[in-house]
Write a new protein. Structure first.
Length: 217
């Protein structure tokens, strides 16, 4: 039966195999990665292999279990471990976000305010001022000093200020709450090389720089 070398470990597998039975690496994931020639054929140059802690057989860093003995792969890349420690104290310039990790990758998700949030401050602050002015009607005395405010108060204008005040507060609050942009990143590490993807490189720059520095050690 025809066989080909696994792109990760170079052990022989079937041409139709989706996952290597020797190292546990997914074959499709390696199809676009750089390659090099070995005595058994062309294999991936970016896949990191480690020894299974139970049986010692070479397996892929990202394998969930050892295909040879079935033991769970407890490996975690040192850069991922360092990231989790650093994330506890935070990265300068990167505010609230959530993340998940695997043995060799980190995915992060966060939200950043847009210009709509800034614009929303205007009706919010205007609404708060209007409510402050309308509240004086309940006091039985108007402590405001300017003539136009006093006349508006006597004419019952405080009711209108209260109505539009609530509209401003609610409308401005909604604009601030909804005017956010979702930002995300994914950092994958293969054989000590960083594969980085994000939809906002500027926002995630401190985290990308962190991984680049860790992988140079």
């Amino acid at each position: 039966m025809e066989t080909i070398p696994c792109p990760a470990c170079s052990e022989l597998i079937l041409p139709v195999a989706k996952k290597c039975k020797h190292c546990g690496e997914w074959i499709e994931k390696l199809s676009q990665q750089p390659a090099l020639k070995t005595s058994r054929g062309t294999v991936s140059s970016t896949v990191g292999l480690i020894a299974c802690q139970s049986c010692g057989k070479q397996i892929a860093q990202s394998a969930d279990n050892c295909p040879n003995c079935g033991a769970k792969n407890s490996f975690e890349h040192p850069a991922v471990t360092s990231f989790k420690r650093r994330a506890q104290s935070g990265f300068e310039g990167v505010k609230s976000y959530t993340y998940i990790t695997t043995q060799t990758s980190v995915k992060g998700l966060g939200n950043i305010p847009t210009i709509g949030a800034t614009i929303g401050l205007l009706p919010l602050l205007g609404g708060l001022w209007s409510l402050w002015f309308a509240a004086f009607r309940l006091c039985g005395d108007c402590p405001v000093k300017s003539a136009w405010q006093y006349e508006a108060y006597l004419a019952g204008g405080a009711d209108a200020f209260g109505f539009f005040g609530w509209i401003g507060v609610i409308g401005g609050g909604l604009m601030i709450g909804l005017s956010k942009k979702e930002v995300s990143f994914e950092a994958r590490i293969e054989n000590n090389r960083l594969d980085w993807k994000s939809n906002n490189d500027e926002y995630w720059k401190p985290i990308r720089d962190f991984f680049s520095k860790e992988l140079r050690r």
